[in-house]
Design a protein around this ligand. Structure first.
Ligand code: NAP
Length: 339
């Protein structure tokens, strides 16, 4: 087929990180682009996502997703434009969401791609507020944590993709108090002034337990955990009777080389009849339509604010991922290939 690019640059994992990943664990390589086979489409990726769960896929351990293979392109959410199609229902020029990110061009099985509308929202939103992180926030809070009006909510990682939405959904659904923690004073200001949290603190400025007690003097009913460790322990102490914790992520320990100790105060779960439940976004696709309708309504009306930190250029993909792990992002970290 003429007019197609000859090659595509793609990021490979070349060594399994021990502890914090280093740039040397990755390589940007060039691969030939082939015309799509039957039932497949060729997509020019416009944006791809870098997410915390990808750190887990770099380890060779059994989990809910397979580990990345060495010397193969990494995968992850991406949106792009169809440039060749051998699949019914997909035309050149269509925009699609699919799972073959970390590369410039992707040959995708059409049944694993979903058309998205660039007129309804910027395409990158389908990787964030209207995509996987958004559904995680929505389902984790409303379904897993059984949020109800009047609950006091604490969310960690509150200035990130999931956390910033959890806090705002809680506010919009009538929380009595919304408290968040984040890793810089600037992010803390954003939580209160930009996202409408009632209180927020910088977890690097002092013990989480003390700061949480000050921010939520009457305790909390829901904890949305993105961080684990000291945050989870502090939240268990702050949870009121019949409180619920949605265990969504524990980013504080993703680069640990030894198993992290458990919360030392778990015994409180008995007397306070706490419920601590894991969240996996994949369990909640049944809520997708309700989630998109409600969240896009809040975005349209301006009741919800959404931020992205955009890194330009495929060559900066790994730096964007490492930056996200270090907290360089406010809102969703996106790699854009539109230059
Ligand atoms: P994100 O919050 O946008 O980005 C990660 C953030 O984590 C960083 O910006 C950084 O912010 C914070 N962080 C890094 N190390 C930390 C530490 N030691 N202590 C406290 N905070 C730390 O990422 P996201 O995509 O929204 O994901 C948030 C969490 O949800 C992650 O744990 C992720 O694994 C989880 N998640 C789970 C599911 C699921 O289905 N279970 C789905 C999506 C995401 P600071 O500057 O504030 O430190």
């Amino acid at each position: 087929m003429s007019g197609l690019p000859a090659t595509s640059r793609e990021w490979h994992l070349v060594a399994r990180p021990q502890g914090w990943p280093a740039p040397e664990d990755f390589a940007l390589r060039e691969a030939p682009v082939s015309a799509p086979g039957e039932g497949r489409i060729l997509v020019r990726n416009l944006h791809f996502s870098v997410d915390p769960y990808m750190r887990g896929r770099m380890n060779d351990v059994k989990s809910y997703v397979d580990p990345y293979a060495l010397d193969r392109p990494m995968e992850g959410g991406a949106v792009g434009e169809v440039i060749a199609s051998e699949a019914e229902g997909f035309d050149v020029g269509d925009h699609v969401l699919h799972g073959l990110g970390w590369r410039e061009y992707a040959e995708v099985e059409a049944r694993h791609a979903a058309k998205v509308d660039a007129c309804l929202a910027p395409l990158s939103y389908y990787l964030g507020v209207l995509g996987m992180p958004g559904l995680t926030a929505y389902a984790g809070l409303l379904e897993v944590a059984s949020f109800k009006e009047g609950d006091a909510v604490f969310v960690s990682g509150a200035a990130g993709a999931v956390g910033s939405l959890v806090g705002q959904i809680a506010r919009l659904k009538g929380a009595s108090r919304v408290v968040g923690s984040a890793g810089s004073d600037e992010k803390v200001r954003k939580l209160v002034e930009g996202y409408g949290f009632d209180a927020a603190f910088n977890y690097k400025s002092g013990p989480v337990k003390d700061q949480l007690k000050k921010a939520a003097p009457d305790g909390i009913d829901v904890y949305f955990d993105n961080v684990g460790g000291e945050h989870l322990e502090a939240a268990i102490s702050a949870l009121n009777v019949h409180g619920r914790a949605a265990l969504c992520g524990m980013i504080a320990q993703y680069n640990d080389t030894e198993p992290a100790p458990g919360p030392r105060n778990l015994i409180q779960a008995i007397s306070k009849r706490l419920r601590l439940q894991g969240v996996l976004v994949g369990d909640h696709y049944g809520m997708q339509q309700r989630f998109v309708e409600e969240v896009s309504g809040w975005l349209r009306s301006g009741e919800m604010t959404y931020d992205e930190t955009v890194v330009e250029g495929i060559e900066n993909g790994v730096e964007a991922f490492l930056g996200m792990l270090r907290g360089a992002n406010t809102g969703k970290m996106i790699v854009s290939l539109t230059r």
